[in-house]
Design a binder for this molecule. Structure first.
Ligand code: HEC
Length: 120
């Protein structure tokens, strides 16, 4: 029985791996029915990403010429709505952070949080 199950499982994993690597240049949108999409919150998912990757410049106060802080939900939300945050984290020519784009999983989480309406 196991012999019949292993092979499709390996093919399936292979398909996921190929899917992930080839989607790296897409704009990072995940399907709305992805289960992870529903549970993303600022506190659990988004704040840790921003703290590790953005607040070294976008702290309170901002440093290194960053134009705004990203230390609260409201500040991040406002940067999404009026400072093109999603465009910048997905940009290949002018990304944020400036030294290279976040992993696609982190960009997807931010996109999912925006799509879900900025849940706390
Ligand atoms: C090394 C410092 C540094 C880091 C780290 C950094 N930024 Fe920035 N950020 C800047 C600077 C400087 C600017 C202004 C120049 C520009 O727009 O490129 C900026 C601009 C921006 C803007 C555009 C603001 C506007 O009004 O046009 C957004 C949005 C942004 N950053 C988001 C982020 C996010 C989100 C992260 C983390 C994922 C991040 N940044 C990480 C330095 C940084």
């Amino acid at each position: 029985m196991i012999r019949y199950l292993t092979r499709p499982a390996i093919l399936f994993l292979g398909a996921i791996t190929i899917g992930c690597s080839s989607s790296d240049n897409s704009d990072g949108v995940i399907p709305p029915d992805d289960p992870d999409n529903e549970s993303v919150t600022y506190t659990a998912n988004i704040r840790p990403i921003i703290q590790s990757n953005c607040t070294s410049c976008h702290g309170n106060p901002p440093t290194q010429n960053a134009p705004m802080s990203l230390t609260t939900l409201q500040q991040v939300r406002s940067a999404v709505q009026s400072r093109n945050l999603l465009g910048r984290i997905n940009s290949t020519t002018n990304p944020m952070p400036p030294d290279g784009r976040l992993p696609v999983s982190a960009r997807n989480a931010i996109q999912a949080w925006v799509d879900a309406g900025f849940p706390e």
